[in-house]
Design a protein around this ligand. Structure first.
Ligand SMILES: [Cu+2]
Length: 122
């Protein structure tokens, strides 16, 4: 049944194409301070590195500290071929756990978002 075989091959190729598109979205690859990490010194910036280049205009984070207080952040910048989002922290962070909620638009036009936390140790 060559016709059927052609169809199966086409379907397989289409599913591969879809899968690789899904992987092309910008996923968080690494962060400083590290995701779920603990730092001894309060960071003056956050670096979030993604698997894809980002569109700065539609990318950003919101940081929430202990007691659900929103941390003041400066203007985000892109570094390392637009894959790293650098966010200056204008507040001096007290010890405690911080939640980082990020949202980005990758250069392929897909939006992704996520959440992670880090802790500033006493
Ligand atoms: Cu994508």
């Amino acid at each position: 049944m060559p016709q059927m075989k052609k169809l199966l091959v086409a379907a397989f190729a289409a599913s591969l194409a879809l899968a690789s598109q899904a992987f092309a979205h910008a996923h968080l690859k690494s962060a400083v301070p590290a995701t779920d990490g603990t730092v001894k010194e309060a960071p003056s910036e956050l670096d979030l590195t993604f698997t894809e280049g980002l569109n700065l205009k539609f990318s950003g984070v919101s940081v929430t500290g202990p007691d659900k207080v929103t941390v003041k952040t400066g203007e985000a910048m892109l570094m390392k071929s637009d894959t790293t989002l650098m966010i200056p922290i204008t507040d001096k962070l007290a010890t405690g756990k911080y939640i980082v909620e990020w949202h980005v638009l990758s250069t392929d036009g897909h939006k992704t978002n996520g959440t992670y936390s880090f802790t500033v140790a006493p």
